[in-house]
Unconditional design. Structure first.
Length: 167
């Protein structure tokens, strides 16, 4: 299965989803949708095994690791979205977002949008955290997100190589 996520820096988003068991691949780059959301925005495409990790868990992780309730000024570059590959998937995402809204004090701004296109990041930026875990950006922005979701969801949801580094 495939799903897209946008919301913050794609270096962070990529690292978060690469850390999860059940995620096969994460493609980092820019995704477009339709209408007012047709411009390309930083995002990732996640291929995953639904028998190992649910779509609901993936969406919950996404909402918790970016400003999913903040309509800040950088939203054109960092659109808060779940990009869907079919109408059925979009209906499921809409239901999950409505369910998860109850866990947030503020209104979620994250949209479910149809996927229309992808442009990959340059090779030098792909797998950024895996290549640069000790760089200041990674330590300041990515590491706290990984630690937070590991504490929230438990060590068993994470790839073994990452869980050893975080504990």
């Amino acid at each position: 299965m495939k799903i897209g996520f946008g919301g913050g820096c794609h270096w962070c988003t990529e690292a978060v989803f690469q850390s999860l068991k059940g995620v096969e691949t994460v493609e980092q780059g820019w995704v477009s949708s339709v209408g007012e959301d047709s411009n390309f925005s930083e995002a990732v495409i996640v291929s995953y095994y639904p028998e190992i990790i649910s779509l609901k868990t993936l969406i919950e992780v996404h909402l918790l690791t970016h400003s999913s309730t903040s309509a800040h000024t950088m939203r054109k570059k960092y659109r808060s979205a779940v990009y869907c590959f079919s109408k059925e998937q979009q209906q499921e995402v809409d239901c999950i977002l409505a369910d998860l809204q109850e866990e947030f004090d503020n209104k979620l701004i994250t949209k479910s949008l149809p996927y229309t296109g992808f442009k990959p990041s340059r090779e030098e930026y792909q797998n950024y955290y895996a290549k640069n875990p000790n760089k200041p950006f990674c330590q300041r922005y990515i590491q706290p997100k990984l630690s937070y979701i590991m504490n929230k969801f438990g060590k068993e949801k994470f790839n073994d190589d990452l869980s050893h580094r975080l504990y």
